[in-house]
Design a protein around this ligand. Structure first.
Ligand code: ATP
Ligand code: MG
Length: 608
């Protein structure tokens, strides 16, 4: 069989990594070429997935719908869906919904949204013929139950009724082997009867568990007769009250993989010690003829650790519940909904996942890597615009003298993208136009009555250009009783407008950004910065709330040029000199109520 070659055209060159090597090797050898469905016909999964195409790899992304996804999950999504796409395979979005108390359809929907937004359409990736419905572990509860009975019948599982305390004590620890449960030697008939009583609600929650019978002395604690079913009277968001026993994740997960004919089950390193159980279970269920070889194989990669960021679901929930942020989609949150509202693009996150790659050992990625990917993505895409974030009025005192009346305004034009951002053969976007008049807003920091050394912007006698407009000469300022500058004064130099023959007739020391009073629109600008002031907010058991950055949000009233005020929600821009901003997805109203979020500055100001 000839292996398909990577056919992902979205990025020119993929660097090899251990996962690509494994997949390529399996494709070359045809490891999965003989795959056929096992088990009895009628299992939901068999219909869901259709007959497997032996030439295809199958991966999966298996979130538990118990919270919002974060940037770490984005890495996992990009790896799993990305590899499937690259090798012409299939990736399943599967909800690992085996823990009914913590799960909710709100999370299910947000996860579906997040995966789609990142650019992965599992329906198009061939998962399900004619259906875009994601997979869910709860569809296999019947099969899992049968698998459990099959294990019991083969002598590989028993119902344990030790107290939780005894069970814990008898498990032993790293240096101490476990002790067999007194229930370990029950007969098959007794185990079956007891397990059915568990299922039928005859035993109280926690009164018994079904355990795999492996080896209480195993150096791998995960093999010391792990629990595979527990009693939990909880309403499941999908199966309702059908079940009062639920499979444990470690038991359910390999079965889900097998039923969906997953070839490469890719997860994070903390599951490495679970792999022997994964393989044990596959072998037993193949022996019982419930599954057929070749079984899926588990591979582990290092999870994403990002500086200045917390990826623990529990801690993220704490930030939301204690009101430290405005919600799961607060633009400072590392959740996918938060990153999206902040202005991160799917392209920038995919670039990030590509750039950090996959490895087998844990490490930290600097937050600036993520910001760098955003800048790289937006550099040639985000239209430029001028905004004044800390406005003070500049009055051109000779305006009427120069142009005939104080009310005279003139249109200025500037490119939406610089020349360097336009690829060869690409049509540049239409120019931006905005007015210049007698009064314009400038940044307060662009005027100094007594200039510090090296200061090139406005001070009395200095000549600067209003970017895209005229060259002006500063003459002074007006102050209020408290001494604050209320107005800056300057004279316009006619004939020096940008783009006209006289533009270079007078040399300006600097060009400053500005917005005309005549057409500038007031805007709310949310200046976001990192949520934590420390690179490792939860290192060494310290209270991560102590590391919150008190300056992570500053809201200012700014003036923006008309092209920015007209933005569509979620449209990204480069505010000249300041960095990248996005029109808030929820609060921005084009034309009437501009609201922008700062994504990131032009440079990394956190670099040491
Ligand atoms: P929980 O503690 O609730 O299990 P989780 O973050 O592991 O939280 P899951 O819903 O189980 O959440 O995760 C789905 C997938 O995302 C898993 O395969 C997991 O390995 C992967 N994943 C989770 N966190 C990261 C991370 N920081 N980097 C890379 N992958 C991650
Ligand atoms: Mg998990």
């Amino acid at each position: 069989m000839t292996a398909p070659t990577p056919n992902d055209t979205s990025s020119d060159h993929k660097v090899s990594n251990f996962l690509r090597q494994i997949i390529q090797n399996d494709l070359d050898k045809g490891t999965y070429a003989s795959r056929r469905w096992a088990g009895s016909p009628g299992d939901a999964a068999h219909h869901a997935a259709g007959e497997p195409d032996p030439a295809k790899i199958r991966t999966r992304f298996p979130p538990e719908p118990n919270g919002y996804l974060h940037v770490g999950h984005a890495k996992s999504i990009c790896i799993n869906f990305g590899l499937a796409k690259e090798y012409g395979g299939v990736c399943h979005l599967r909800f690992d919904d085996t823990n009914p108390e913590k799960e909710d359809t709100e999370y299910v929907n947000s996860i579906i949204d997040a995966v789609k937004w990142l650019g992965f359409d599992w329906a198009q990736l061939g998962q399900t013929a004619g259906s875009a419905a994601p997979y869910q572990a709860s569809d296999y509860f019947d099969f899992m139950y049968r698998a459990a009975e099959a294990l019991i019948e083969a002598g590989h599982a028993y119902v344990d009724e030790q107290s939780a305390e005894d069970m814990r004590a008898n498990r032993g620890d790293f240096g101490k082997p476990g002790v067999d449960s007194p229930f370990r030697t029950r007969t098959v008939a007794e185990n079956l009867a007891r397990f059915r009583e568990m299922r039928d609600g005859k035993l109280a929650d926690g009164a018994a568990v079904l355990r795999a019978k492996i080896d209480m002395a195993s150096p791998n604690i995960n093999l010391r007769d792990p629990a595979i079913y527990r009693i939990r009277r909880a309403t499941h968001h999908h199966t309702g009250d059908t079940w009062c026993i639920y499979p444990m994740y470690t038991f359910a997960h390999p079965i889900e993989d097998a039923l969906e004919q997953i070839t490469h089950s890719i997860c994070t390193l903390e599951f490495e010690d679970q792999r022997p159980f994964y393989d044990w279970l596959m072998e037993r269920l193949c022996e019982c003829k419930l599954l057929a070889a070749p079984s899926p194989k588990q591979y582990e990669f290092a999870r994403l650790n990002l500086t200045y960021v917390i990826t623990s679901k529990r801690k993220l929930a704490q930030l939301v519940n204690e009101g430290k942020v405005s919600g799961w989609d607060d633009p400072r949150m590392p959740t996918i909904v938060g990153l999206r509202r902040r202005g991160y693009t799917p392209e920038s996150l995919r670039l990030f996942a590509d750039r950090i790659g996959v490895t087998k050992s844990d490490s930290w990625i600097d937050y600036s890597t993520l910001e760098g990917c955003l800048r790289e993505d937006l550099e040639n895409k985000a239209h430029r615009g001028m905004a004044v974030l800390d406005p003070v009025k500049l009055v051109l005192t000779n305006w009427a003298e120069a142009f005939g009346s104080d009310g005279y305004t003139e249109a200025c034009t500037q490119p939406a993208l610089p020349h360097s951002a336009i690829a060869e053969g690409q049509t540049p976007p239409a120019d931006r136009t905005f007015l210049i008049g007698k009064e314009v807003w400038i940044e307060r920091e662009d005027f100094e009555e007594v200039p510090p050394k090296g200061y090139k912007r406005l001070f009395p006698g200095n000549v600067v250009r209003l970017k895209g407009g005229y060259v002006i000469e500063c003459t002074g300022c007006a102050r209020d009783a408290a001494g604050n500058v209320t107005e800056v004064h300057a004279k316009v130099i006619p004939g020096t407008k940008s783009g006209t023959p006289g533009a270079d007739s007078v040399k300006a020391k600097a060009a400053i950004t500005w917005v005309a009073v005549a057409d500038g629109v007031q805007a709310e600008v949310r200046l976001y910065d990192r949520l934590f002031a420390e690179a490792h907010p939860d290192a060494g058991g310290k209270d991560f709330l102590q590391s919150l950055n008190p300056d992570s949000l500053k809201v200012v009233t700014a003036y923006v040029e008309p092209s920015l005020a007209a933005a569509q929600p979620d449209q990204k821009f480069q505010f000249e000199r300041f960095g990248y901003f996005v029109a808030d997805r929820l609060d921005h109203v084009a034309g009437s109520k501009p609201v922008f979020n700062k994504v990131t500055g032009l440079k990394d100001k956190w670099a040491k």
